[in-house]
Design a protein around this ligand. Structure first.
Ligand code: ADP
Ligand code: MG
Length: 533
């Protein structure tokens, strides 16, 4: 680890870094920045949350002269959310130097972007689909671009952006610096790098210990139909400040967030089918604390940088260990303590052990919280809230009535009644969720994506719309045609990378349960649809 002063950066860039509160560089920054500053092409691999944005952002910003008035840097990201996040960080890093950067993504009115482009930004951060739109309209020209960054490259390829990226890169002058960053390095990324990077320096930070030790991991064995009851008890017992609950499919997320709302929790759901406005609004509510439970699919939650998540709950186990690590990594950030819980159905126990083996982490088996524990948890939370009010002395206008009541009734009785009211009795609404099929650890399917085509962009793609992991082959009863749309494709998720001898071990990736299905549902109407994922 170095201090940023050791990189020989411009004082104004250094000042911005200091302002951001970065004390020392992260390992990926440590390794990337010196090469990037030499103008070298770069392939950088590190997990989510390791500071890759600044790893390419700092050298990029350092090298652009303030007097520049052409687009000289292009950063591509898979989603609108990430484009905004990256633009945000780049904006902060350029604060003192005074460069202009602009995010370009689908879903935002194009006229507005065209007006913003007239202010002559030097740095564009965009999703491939919308970038191509601008390029075709000639509102963005790439002929002066000197630096290209492919951020979250694995994610971009997973979303089917290969062709778009290739078309864009062909329009950038060959004399340029290209940097590619990715959490994983599947074969298609390596191919892309071979095609577009020149003698790249590989830098990677692959943690031996894949999970942070400050995350306590537990699991509860439950039957599929007990899961919701288990979840409400767990939430009551733990009363998390901020929790993310992972469901396997979009349908699951919808049903679960609705069910939680019906039971009186302040919850909302996030998945790739929501409009961008809906997504933004959910994220805003979660960040400002007006909801404290976020239900999400893997894809929707990936890359989101939310701090203060105290609990991650795997309502459904993820297909692959890497997803598990990504999921639980949403908590316990910045050295704070986090807790991860997983629900495991009896038939998934093998799969759980498989995850434990690969991540080299043990999960503690815990019993289903009892009703008493749940009630106690809720009461404790209510009591804590009351004490907070007491400490802040925010109650003077309630004093007269309190005094009146105390003249007539016993103080313990009064207080107990008040706590009862505040705790709120659980709304007794019956909840019925569509069951998910259990995951199996063994009999994994061959890696369907190894042909380099993540999914079929033109055809029906029916070949793997069906059963998830080769487990119960007759499981058709659960999955109607509709499921296929929301979840079916994750059969491809097994992707033998972990156990297989052929795989690099990193060739495989989380099996998100959304957006991996066969052709027709996955194929966007326009490439902008991707940006909304
Ligand atoms: P990645 O792209 O690897 O997932 P990000 O670039 O989004 O990670 O960074 C994750 C978080 O860490 C961001 O909030 C970022 O501001 C912060 N961060 C980046 N570099 C540092 C650093 N050197 N010190 C402290 N925080 C950092
Ligand atoms: Mg990133």
């Amino acid at each position: 680890m170095k201090t940023f002063a050791e990189f020989g950066l411009e004082p104004k860039v250094l000042q911005a870094i200091t302002e951001l509160g970065f004390e020392e560089s992260t390992p990926i920054q440590d390794k990337s920045i010196p090469f990037a500053m030499l103008g070298r092409d770069l392939i950088g691999q590190a997990q989510t949350g390791t500071g890759k944005t600044a790893a390419f952002g700092i050298p990029l910003i350092n090298k652009i002269p303030v007097s520049e008035d052409r687009i000289v840097a292009l950063i591509m990201t898979p989603t609108r959310e990430l484009a905004i996040q990256v633009a945000d960080e780049i904006g902060k890093l350029t604060r003192y130097k005074g460069l202009r950067s602009l995010p370009i993504y689908g879903g935002q009115e194009i006229g507005r972007q065209i007006r913003a482009l007239k202010k002559r930004p030097q740095i564009i951060i965009g999703t491939p689909g919308r970038l191509l739109d601008h390029i075709n309209r000639k509102t963005i020209r790439l002929e002066d671009v000197q630096t290209v960054v492919l951020d979250e490259a694995d994610e971009m390829l997973d979303m089917g952006f290969m062709e778009d990226i290739q078309s864009i890169l062909k329009l950038v002058p060959e004399e340029r610096q290209t940097m590619l960053f990715s959490a994983t390095m599947p074969i298609n990324i390596q191919k892309l790098a071979q095609q577009f990077l020149k003698d790249p320096e590989h830098v990677s930070v692959i943690p031996k210990q894949v999970t942070a030790p400050s995350i306590e991991q537990s699991y509860i064995e439950v039957h599929e139909r007990q899961k919701f009851e288990a979840l409400s008890r767990l939430l009551d017992m733990e009363s998390p400040e901020l929790a993310i609950i992972f469901g396997r499919t979009k349908r699951r997320v919808d049903e679960l967030s609705e069910a939680l709302q019906k039971r009186g929790y302040s919850a909302d759901g996030l998945h790739g089918d929501l409009s961008q406005n809906q997504r933004d609004s959910v994220m805003r509510k979660f960040r400002d604390g007006s909801i404290d439970v976020l239900v999400a699919t893997d894809v929707a939650a990936r890359g989101l940088d939310v701090s203060g998540v105290t609990h991650v709950i795997n309502f459904d186990l993820p297909q692959d260990p890497e997803s598990y690590v990504h999921r639980i990594g949403r908590t316990g950030r910045a050295g704070k303590e986090g807790t991860a819980w997983s629900f495991v159905t009896p038939r998934e126990i093998d799969h759980l052990h498989f995850i434990e083996r690969i991540t080299r982490q043990r999960m503690n088996r815990k019993p289903l919280p009892s009703i008493a524990e749940a009630i106690e948890g809720k009461q404790r939370l209510t009591a804590e809230r009351m004490l907070e009010v007491v400490q802040n002395e925010e109650f003077s206008e309630y004093k007269p009535i309190a005094i009146q009541l105390l003249e007539q009734y016993d103080s313990v009785h009064l207080l107990a009644a008040a706590i009862k009211l505040l705790t709120g009795e659980k709304k007794d609404v019956s909840i019925e969720l569509t069951p998910e099929e259990p995951l199996r650890a063994k009999k994994r399917r061959p890696d369907i994506r190894s042909n380099g085509r993540p999914f079929n962009r033109t055809g029906g793609g029916s070949s793997y719309g069906g059963n998830r992991s080769g487990g119960t082959s007759g499981g058709g009863g659960y999955r109607g045609r509709d499921d296929r749309r929301s979840s079916g494709g994750s059969g491809s998720g097994s992707r033998g990378g972990y156990g297989s001898s052929s795989g690099s071990g990193y060739g495989s990736k989380r099996s998100s349960s959304e957006g991996r299905s066969g052709g027709e549902s996955r194929r966007p109407k326009s490439s902008d649809d991707y940006a909304n994922n």
